[in-house]
Structures are given as C-alpha cells and as structure tokens.
Design a protein around this ligand. Structure first.
Ligand code: DGL
Length: 269
C-alpha cells in the first residue's frame, strides 16, 4: 500500500454488529474510548434472537452482515455478540482477511473477583451450550463454582425497548433468583443486551452482588490491537456513527435512539 492509501485505510470505519440492538452496549464503550473513529453498527433485529438458532444459521447471518459491512468500507469487524462469537468467529476468521474481534462471557475476571467462589453467568442458550463456553469453564472455572442461567425472552424485551417494565422485571427476577439461591456473589452479564437492563437486574440483586460486563474490556482490547496494527484513525474530529437495522418493527429506529441517544442516524435495510 502507498502511504496515502495506508492513511486512507486507517480512517475507514470500525464496524460492529449484533443479532440486534444489544451490541450498542459495546459500541458505547468503543465510542467513549475511541471518539475519533468512524463507527458503523448493524442490528440484525429481523433475525433476533440468535440464542435459539443453530450455529450454522448464525454463521450464515454473520457472513451476510460481514459482507455488507466490508462493502461499506470496514477496516475491522467487532462481533458484539457472545452468541455469534461462539458460533461463528472461527469460520469468519477463516473466510475474511480483515481483523475480527469477538467477545465471550467474562468468566475469568468474575472468578478472580468472587470472594466466596460462586459465580453466576446470565447468557443465551446458544452461548451456554457452545464448545467455546465449555472451554472457558475448563480454563477459568476450575477453582470456582459456576452457576449458569439462560434468559429466554430478555433479549426480546430489550429489542422492544422495554428496559424496566413489569414484564421485564418479572423475567429478570425469574432468572436472577436461582443464582442468588445458589449463593453467587459475582454475576456475569454474558449477553450484550443485558447491560441495558442492568438497573432492573440491580434492583433484583441488591448491592451485595458484583456485576461484570465485557463491553469495556472489548473496547480496551480493540484500542490496543488497532494501535499495534497501525490502524488507529488519525482524525482529530469526532467520529461519525451510523446505524443500519433490518427490523420490520415500526419502532426500531426509536429503540436505537432510546439506547444510543437522539443523534443516532439510522438507515433501514
Ligand atoms: N446480544 C447477543 C449476545 O451477546 C445475542 C442475543 C440473542 O440474539 O440471542 O449473546
């Protein structure tokens, strides 16, 4: 690459996607840490939730979205979804040449933070059933008791923008109580939708439980890697942020505005 082409490449977008709007919780951390980066976000809301899909179905969705984001000029891809990372990150890395970042439930930091050695993990069925998660438990869950809880229906609440309704609180209670009953003192938010219902989760758990979210760690890792690869934008201006959604719901843009802020620029695809 010539010097000019290299500079132009560095200023291309960091592209982020998820099964829906959940990955916006990761995008917030990326934007806070890397304010000069242009960010593209694709919400595959028409196909949410991924949690109940087969790995092959999720892989096909990831390929389609990656092709779209690469066409928009992505310099790197961030899979802001634990379920999609578990199902498809290896296949994506085999297929594409650009750097691809994924994420997994924060079992390692949770095991280190727990005082009583009992860690709870809230995640989707797909994540909890995956070989990747089994590997995580094998590597970091040996010296603690890990109690897992799949949270059917919670992703859909966030997709509808219902962050603190009676129905959401009821589901949160239903899923957190078993972890409390097992004595978990540290609980991992193992799905990127869940940080958006954190206030509801905190209301149920009280202040004695430590909650661990992976978004900040993903942003820090991304910053380090972009720097090492000489891919950090050299722009001094605030980076543009663009959203695409394929949701059929009339309120889809509204929900993105609710989660990101009034300045969200949303295109329906
Ligand atoms: N937000 C996703 C995750 O982190 C997936 C949720 C879903 O679509 O089931 O796992």
């Amino acid at each position: 690459m010539t010097l000019n082409a290299e500079l132009a490449h560095r200023n291309k977008p960091v592209a982020v996607f998820d099964s829906g709007v959940g990955g916006i919780s990761v995008l917030q951390h990326i934007h806070a840490l890397l304010p000069h980066e242009t960010l593209h976000y694709y919400a595959d809301s028409k196909h949410a939730p991924y949690g109940s899909k087969t790995p092959a179905e999720i892989e096909a969705r990831c390929f389609e979205i990656a092709d779209f984001l690469i066409e928009q000029g992505a310099k790197v891809l961030v899979v802001a979804c634990n379920t999609a990372t578990a199902a498809a990150i290896s296949a994506m890395r085999a297929k594409y040449t650009l750097p691809i970042f994924g994420m997994e439930p924060a079992v390692k930091p949770a095991a280190a933070a727990s005082k009583n050695g009992i860690v709870g993990v809230l995640a989707t069925t797909g994540t909890l059933k995956s070989a990747q998660f089994a590997g995580l438990l094998e590597s970091y869950g040996r010296n603690v008791k890990v109690v897992t809880q799949a949270c059917a229906g919670l992703v859909e609440c966030v997709e509808r923008g219902e962050l603190h309704t009676q129905n959401t609180l009821k589901l949160v209670e239903q899923y957190c109580q078993p972890l409390l009953d097992e004595g978990a003192d540290t609980i991992v938010l193992g799905c990127t939708h869940y940080p958006f219902v954190r206030p509801a989760i905190e209301q149920v758990l009280g202040n004695k439980v430590v909650l661990i979210d992976t978004g900040a760690a993903v942003a820090t890792h991304l910053q380090k890697r972009l720097s090492a690869l000489n891919l950090l934008s050299d722009s001094q201006a605030a980076g543009d942020v663009r959203f695409w959604t394929n949701s059929c719901a009339a309120e889809a843009s509204q929900v993105i505005v609710q989660l990101w802020g009034a300045n969200a620029e949303v295109t329906h695809v």
